[in-house]
Structure formats: structure tokens, C-alpha cells
Design a protein around this ligand. Structure first.
Ligand SMILES: Cc1ncc(COP(=O)(O)OP(=O)(O)O)c(N)n1
Ligand SMILES: Cc1nc(C(=O)O)sc1CCOP(=O)(O)O
Ligand SMILES: [Mg+2]
Length: 244
């Protein structure tokens, strides 16, 4: 895997969900632009977690996508996943880094800049930051932090921030503008009527230029404006801009 994917699909293994078909649909659209995080319910036994991770890793390999395992580092190691994700109630980040080795992808949950910086010091290669918005997928979370919370963490740390919690394609632009490198979703894909289409919409939002980003044409035009002022000759100061 060359660089961290911007779209992370986290598996939904709650009753009535079909994680494998959601992963297949998402991979068929996103290929290597997707990372899949295998996350199982706390009461799922290790054998079932291992079997699911093995199947998902095989699917990811077929599409050149990265497979990460949530919480259970022994499962990540057992199946040969590219990395794992840990949070406050899991093994500490430095221990996870030691177990996974120096080249593994290692995500850590952070909800504030201090926790984020500590996780990076301990070896995290990206941060999962949230909950951005209200979510029904996980109980017991603190209040949503919104794009402002993403900005606080993203502006403080030198690693990619993956925003999480209540995210659909509609929120991606605001989160990217706040500094998120990418997003992680559960429900936006697992409960979608058409998960392939929902994946395409998330990807389109992640690929779209941000409002502040000039188009290549506008950037080129601005470059020409800067180097050749109206009428030619030396640059004329623009109104209200002091020059020395
Ligand atoms: C990308 C990403 N961000 C945050 C989390 C949450 O991890 P954690 O706080 O350990 O909670 P659980 O997912 O283990 O319930 C995540 N999994 N992925
Ligand atoms: C697993 C998880 N962790 C979160 C955190 O903020 O740490 S939010 C979350 C659930 C995300 O699911 P959905 O995309 O359906 O809202
Ligand atoms: Mg965890």
C-alpha cells in the first residue's frame, strides 16, 4: 500500500447487517482508495473475528486495498493485516507499535490535541478523531466535536486525521476544510440501500477540490496575473495593499 486511503469502511457486524457484501460493493467501486477496518462486536469470539478478518483481507488483497483490524492485535498479526486501530480502552499505542512492528499502519483514537500528540509520539501513523456528529452506531460516546474539533486536532498533529462519527457524503467537504485527511464510516455504507453508490458519493466528495482550492486553470491565471500586471512593466501595487 503506497499511502493511507482517504475512505475507511468500518465493518458493521450487528445483527441483520451483512459486512461481507458491503465490503464487496465498496471495494468494487473504490479499489485501492478504500481501507477496510475489521471491527467486530465486543462479544464476538476470536475465532469468528479471525475468520471474518481472513475473508476481508482476501477481498482487500484482490483490489489492492488496505485491511486494518480494530482492537485485536493478535487477529491483525494472525491474518497478516497491514495494520490496526486502537483506542483508549485497548492496548496502549506504544505497545501496539512494538507488537506490529515499525512499518505497520497504526491508527489511534484521539478526541483532543493532547491525546493526539501523545499517540503520535507513541507511534500512531494516523488518528481517528470524533465523534464528529451524532451516531447511533456506538453507545457511550462524548458529545460530537464537529468540524471545529477536527480542526483543533488536525492543526496540532503531523499525521493524517481520519474523521469519524455520523458521517455521510454531505459532511465530507466541511470536514476536509477543517483539516481531515479522510473519513471513516460505518452506517453510511452498512445501511445504504445501494452501498456501491454511497461509496461513489463519498469518494467523489473526498476527491472534489475544496472551495478554497483554486482549479488548475484559476491557479495558472493567478500566476499570470502575478507576473504580468495590467499594462506590462513593473508590478503596480493593488488598492489598499502596502508595498515597501
Ligand atoms: C478510524 C477510527 N477512529 C476511531 C475509532 C474508535 O476506536 P475506539 O475508540 O477504540 O472504539 P472501538 O471502535 O474499538 O469501539 C475507530 N475504530 N476507527
Ligand atoms: C466506532 C466509532 N468510533 C467513534 C468515535 O468517535 O470514536 S464513532 C464510531 C461509529 C461510527 O459509525 P457511523 O459512521 O455509523 O456513525
Ligand atoms: Mg477500540
Amino acid at each position: 500500500m503506497s499511502s493511507l486511503a482517504r475512505l475507511h469502511l468500518i465493518t458493521d457486524t450487528r445483527p441483520g447487517r451483512d459486512p461481507l457484501s458491503t465490503v464487496r460493493a465498496a471495494l468494487s467501486v473504490a479499489g485501492p482508495e478504500l481501507a477496510v477496518q475489521v471491527r467486530v462486536e465486543d462479544n464476538t469470539d476470536d475465532r469468528a473475528a479471525y475468520e471474518l478478518a481472513r475473508e476481508i483481507l482476501a477481498l482487500c488483497d484482490a483490489y489492492g486495498a488496505a485491511c486494518l483490524v480494530n482492537d485485536r492485535l493478535h487477529v491483525a498479526l494472525a491474518v497478516g493485516a497491514v495494520g490496526a486501530h486502537v483506542g483508549a480502552r485497548d492496548l496502549p499505542v506504544d505497545v501496539a507499535r512494538r507488537l506490529l512492528g515499525p512499518t505497520a499502519v497504526l491508527g489511534a483514537t484521539a478526541r483532543d490535541p493532547e491525546t493526539g500528540l501523545a499517540a503520535v509520539d507513541a507511534g500512531a501513523s494516523y488518528l481517528g478523531v470524533g465523534p464528529c456528529y451524532a451516531t447511533r452506531t456506538k453507545d457511550g460516546l462524548p458529545d460530537p466535536i464537529g468540524p471545529a474539533g477536527i480542526r483543533r486536532v488536525a492543526s496540532a498533529v503531523p499525521v493524517p486525521v481520519i474523521a469519524i462519527g455520523g458521517i455521510t457524503a454531505a459532511q465530507v467537504s466541511a470536514l476536509r476544510a477543517a483539516g481531515a485527511y479522510g473519513v471513516a464510516v460505518v452506517g453510511a455504507l452498512s445501511v445504504a440501500v445501494d452501498p456501491a453508490r454511497a461509496t461513489a458519493e463519498l469518494l467523489a466528495a473526498l476527491r472534489a477540490p475544496l472551495p478554497a482550492d483554486p482549479t488548475p486553470e484559476a491557479a495558472a491565471a493567478a500566476e499570470i496575473d502575478r507576473s504580468s500586471p495590467p499594462g506590462g512593466g513593473a508590478s503596480a501595487p493593488s488598492a489598499g495593499v502596502a508595498t515597501c
